[in-house]
Design a protein around this ligand. Structure first.
Ligand code: AMP
Length: 118
């Protein structure tokens, strides 16, 4: 069993967070250090450390992440203008918290996906 992170405590309501959605599969809450006007983390309730640890039995949870992301984007009023969904994986992917999560970023023009080299 992988080590728990702070996200498990947020899911269980043991530490404070601004929860925007929760059901038996997924919890979504505001990022504590928002990079954009809307910055929400959509987290599997099950502790899956990274995308590398995903199995077939996680398909329903992962599909549900997108349904929840679209719902929150509508609720936040950013669906029409657009937004970005990001899942970081591992060291080179810049992952800091090893509990699988999707970032929902929007509320301003985000520009190109990665810094251009030239
Ligand atoms: P990642 O780099 O993809 O692992 O993203 C981790 C994200 O979790 C960062 O954007 C952090 O700001 C966010 N974060 C860390 N601790 C908390 C917390 N207690 N509540 C809300 N967001 C958090």
């Amino acid at each position: 069993m992988a080590d728990e992170t702070i996200f498990s405590k947020i899911i269980r309501g043991e530490i404070p967070a601004t929860i925007l959605f929760q059901d038996e599969r997924i919890t979504a809450f505001a990022d504590s250090h928002p990079q954009t006007p809307t910055h929400v983390l959509i987290v599997t309730n099950k502790l899956i450390p990274t995308v590398n640890d995903v199995t077939l039995e996680d398909e329903a949870d992962l599909g549900h992440m997108f349904v929840v992301a679209a719902r929150i984007a509508r609720e936040q009023g950013i669906a029409e203008d657009g937004y970005r969904l990001i899942i970081n994986c591992g060291r080179d992917g810049g992952q800091e918290v090893y509990h699988l999560h999707m970032h929902l970023l929007g509320g301003r023009r985000l520009g190109p996906m990665l810094m251009r080299k030239d």
